[in-house]
Design a protein around this ligand. Structure first.
Ligand code: GLV
Ligand code: MN
Ligand code: MN
Ligand code: MN
Length: 414
């Protein structure tokens, strides 16, 4: 695992400029980004990614869910490529680094290899997975679950965003916007996948460390709870006669807070979205729907708490009807020890403070880990803040992660 010349050719300024350029697509006040999956802004970001690759002669490929791949050839064109990358879609009030960093660090690593004159045996590809965030279209990580064959695009045929726009129509528009990307099937052999990402938590930042050699991701389950009551006049309807969906939702959430209580503070339980109909001050709500995001490193805990959600909601729903459905289930994963070792080794060889650590956030790497040897590289973000327009990272840390990534890719691609 000697250090190659590649890391010395990582260009900090180029990487920083590209983050600034990408941040223009969907820019929102406070330095943030709103680049919903398959929106016009996401399409512009995708086109730019492909154009930057074309400047280096990297061919672009896409598949039936719009995952985008840029390929740097290897000496053996038939060899399974090493894959790196992340996602270009963002949260509605997201930052400029979540996901984008992994895509741009991958491109930067390939350009560094070019500039260093390094040829690899295997091709190396950079991917931008479709709809990692799941904030516009649920569930998230659609691109990677389709790639590995866990779900098919047909499973998402009925998915619509909050405005009723169908996922399939937006996907077709995004695919049509990139005619230069050659269509490809799903699930072709991948030698290894390495995803670079900001940590999105405070561990590296608080300790002044530069690189996380990520060895695992905690599991996540998403649920949708829907309460159906009856709308009626707020000024006249006696409380006992109401079927108030908002009050039922409040009771459900209170019951779930008790169910999810964890004295060790390891379990994460979030109700991040509540939809109410008709959503006016002077009518009792006929419908209230809310999301549940449940996380824990142990599958047994996720199973045990998750199984009780419907029962807790039924007990709390009173006169309302309740339906609970699961929209995402990502089991806890452990990454490939050999790649985690390589990340740690190259960080040390480059003189960068490194820590082995788990990921609290989920990533497409969590699904890829079941498909091919996979690991992740974290860099610090300011105060650990993410899914927030204030998300920030330094040019030095971004470049440091890209240098480690370049070395790991050279190592894996031979
Ligand atoms: C990814 O965005 C996550 O929610 O962990
Ligand atoms: Mn992300
Ligand atoms: Mn995110
Ligand atoms: Mn994410």
């Amino acid at each position: 695992m000697a250090t190659s010349r590649a890391s010395a050719f990582v260009d900090k300024d180029r990487l920083w400029r590209r983050h600034a350029a990408m941040a223009a697509f969907g820019a929102i006040p406070g330095n943030g980004v709103n680049r919903a999956a398959l929106s016009a802004e996401d399409i512009e970001a995708r086109r730019t990614f492909v154009a930057w690759g074309a400047e280096r002669g990297y061919a672009a490929f896409t598949d039936a869910i719009g995952n985008l791949f840029l390929r740097r050839p290897g000496r053996d064109p038939a060899a399974a490529p090493v894959l790196t990358g992340s996602h270009l879609d963002s949260q509605p009030r997201g930052g400029r680094f979540d996901g984008t960093y992994g895509v741009l660090a991958g491109l930067e690593a390939l350009e560094a290899l070019d500039d260093a004159g390094i040829a690899t045996e295997r091709p190396i590809e950079v991917v931008s997975w479709t709809n990692e965030e799941g904030s516009r279209f649920q569930p998230g990580t659609m691109g990677s679950v389709a790639f590995i064959g866990l779900r098919s695009p047909a499973d998402f045929a009925d998915v619509r965003d909050a405005a009723g726009v169908p996922f399939t129509a937006e996907l077709a528009r995004a695919l049509a916007a990139l005619p230069q990307a050659t269509p490809r099937p799903f699930g072709w052999p991948v030698h290894a996948f390495v995803e670079a990402h900001i940590e999105q938590g405070p561990v590296l930042y608080d300790r002044g460390e530069t690189i996380g050699a990520v060895d695992s991701i905690q599991g996540a389950r998403w649920f949708q709870v829907e309460l159906r009551g009856e709308t009626s006049h707020a000024g006249t309807t006696p409380l006992a006669a109401r079927r108030d969906a908002v009050q039922a939702a409040v009771r459900c959430i209170a019951g779930l807070n008790d169910l999810m209580h964890d004295p060790a503070d390891v379990l994460r339980f979030t109700v991040g979205r509540v939809d109410v109909e008709p959503n006016v001050p002077n009518s009792v709500a006929s419908r209230a729907a809310f999301t549940i995001d449940l996380r824990h490193p142990e599958a047994t805990v996720l199973a045990a708490r998750g199984e009780r959600i419907a029962e807790v909601c039924r007990a709390a729903a009173g006169a309302c009807a309740v339906a609970v459905s699961e929209t995402l289930s990502m089991p806890p994963c452990r990454f490939d020890a050999g790649i985690v070792d390589r990340v740690e080794h190259h960080a040390q060889a480059l003189g960068l403070p490194v820590r082995r650590m788990p990921s609290g956030a989920f990533h497409d790497a969590g699904y890829m880990a079941g498909f091919c040897p996979t690991a992740m590289i974290f860099i610090p973000c300011e105060r650990g803040i993410s899914h927030n327009e204030a998300e920030n990272a330094t040019p030095d840390d971004l470049a440091a992660g890209a240098r480690v990534l370049a070395e790991v890719l050279v190592d894996l691609a031979g």
